[in-house]
Design a protein around this ligand. Structure first.
Ligand code: GDG
Length: 460
């Protein structure tokens, strides 16, 4: 049985006292534990000098191998090219894309460094699975070092259409790097179409009869593997959470008002500002709703070293103040904004206590919160998911109330529809979404990807 090596920008090294890992982290760990293997990547530490060799930590059948970055790497690779150039581009926010050649060079240099650190750990039969936009050039760098193993890649973000991709200076360098993988996994069929369109129009590549594609003198495959969640795990966690003091405290504070909930890293791709504006629209169109709901938005800060994220926080807090100021009374405010992260169990309890789950990103590769919200519901009295049509999850969760996240009045009307929705309709919509979640769990996702990777041709 081949060993698995997973590679991601950050490694989920288990630490004493850490709260339960996120869905992706546990799925990758489970896939690794099945056959034994290595999880390799950045430690999260920035030190004056790069590492000379990885720090290895063995837990059961899994070895965690991590390396440090130096301050220039952190600036150019992580804060720079990954999060100021690629992240906004992949989410179609062209106005936020910054480009500096030095950062592109830093991005490639860190991938080269990571490849050098990883290569000595690789054995001939190992399968290598690389994750996300930070590491697109990794396979190319490993190939330069003579690594011929099968290497797969999964992109967690969306892949935008060709007309947006070509706005990236040196886009052919990135797309060529993709083609050094034997298998490229994307979240949706839309992403696959975008990839194939680019390959046909910009790279003069072609689709082979067996579904593989050749471009830049390389042969690869692009397939959609929509990521899932630990569905049963969430069902159990949400049921348990209803008995915790934390959930009871929240429910008591609601004073029988219906709860609307949103949970997102504070990121401009998540569309939180438009959600706050939607509450304004809701209350101006249906003033009788005032005092009858509480909207709880949980937004732990992320990437706060990047200016656009600092600006976002100021902007969102400005709109929040405006809406709360306009509608609050002495005993009620429409929006509660929490920037402290909360535990996963508490999240499941909050989801299950709510009437409406508001998930309206402007763009999202998948959006796991949408799936976690659905899995957490009480089958007898489920809440309603209001979901952006531009989240990857919308391709699967078709019976959510789908909205255009750019239009606050459409979101406001959808919230109103959700608050008014009868029990039968809520059950019917929820039941269909739950079937989807049971049919495609996080374990199915990793098993399907690895099966397809194993089926690619061994290199000679
Ligand atoms: C990327 C892609 C794709 C959030 N706040 C708290 C918390 N969370 C958890 C959620 C969920 C995860 O973080 C966020 O996942 P999402 O999928 O919603 O979004 P991204 O972080 O942008 O993830 C996305 C994903 O990768 C996987 O492929 O779906 O499209 O952008 O699990 O529950 N967890 C806790 N406290 C919080 O305050 N414990």
């Amino acid at each position: 049985m081949s060993r698995l090596i997973t590679v991601s920008n950050r490694v989920g090294v288990p630490t004493a006292g850490a709260t339960r890992a996120g869905g992706l982290e546990s799925a990758l760990r489970e896939a690794l534990e099945a056959g034994g293997g290595i999880w390799f990547g950045w430690s999260g530490e920035v030190t004056p000098e790069r590492s000379e060799s990885p720090i290895m930590l063995k837990k059961g059948k899994v070895t965690f191998a991590t390396v440090n970055l130096n301050p220039t790497d952190y600036q150019e690779y992580y804060l720079g090219y990954a999060n100021r150039t690629l992240w906004p581009l992949l989410h179609s926010h062209l106005g936020l894309v910054e480009f500096h050649r030095s950062q592109l060079r830093g991005y490639i240099a860190v991938n080269e460094y990571l490849a050098k650190m990883l290569a000595p750990l690789i054995e001939p039969d190992d399968l290598i699975w690389v994750h996300d936009y930070h590491l697109i050039p990794l396979a190319d760098e490993l190939r330069k070092l003579g690594i011929t193993n099968r290497i797969g890649f999964f992109l967690h973000t969306p892949l935008p259409p060709t007309d947006i991709l070509v706005a990236l200076p040196h886009h052919e360098l990135i797309m060529r790097a993709f083609c050094a993988y034997d298998l490229i996994g994307l979240q949706t069929e839309n992403g696959v179409r975008a990839f194939l369109d680019y390959i046909a129009r910009e790279a003069n590549g072609r689709l082979e009869f067996d579904g593989s594609l050749s471009a830049y003198g390389r042969l690869t495959r692009v397939i959609a593997f929509p990521i899932g969640i630990d569905t049963q795990g969430f069902v159990d966690m949400a049921t348990r959470a209803m008995r915790t003091a934390e959930t009871r405290k929240l429910r008591n504070s609601l004073d029988s008002r219906r709860l609307i909930v949103g949970v997102d890293r504070l990121d401009y791709s998540k569309g939180v500002r438009n959600r706050f504006e939607a509450i304004d629209e809701l209350l101006s169109e249906w003033p009788e709703e005032a005092g009858h709901f509480t909207y709880l938005q949980i937004s732990p800060p992320s990437r706060s070293d990047v200016e656009s994220y600092q600006a976002l926080r100021r902007e969102v807090e400005g709109v929040l103040g405006h809406v709360n100021g306009k509608y609050s009374d002495v005993d009620w405010a429409p929006i509660r904004f929490v920037v402290r992260p909360v535990s996963r169990t508490a999240l499941a309890g909050i989801f299950r206590s709510s009437r409406v789950g508001l998930v309206t990103p402007l763009r999202d590769g998948m959006n796991l919160v949408a799936k976690e919200y659905v899995a957490s519901q009480d089958p007898e009295d489920p809440g309603v998911l209001v979901l952006s049509r531009f989240a990857g999850a919308a391709a699967e969760l078709k019976t959510a109330v789908l909205v255009n996240p750019l239009d606050p009045s459409e979101i406001g009307a959808a919230i109103h529809q959700a608050l008014k929705m009868g029990l039968n309709e809520r059950r019917e919509r929820w039941g269909l979404m739950m079937e989807v979640l049971r049919g495609n769990t996080i374990d199915d996702w990793s098993a399907n990807f690895l099966k397809a990777l194993k089926a690619t041709r061994p290199l000679d």
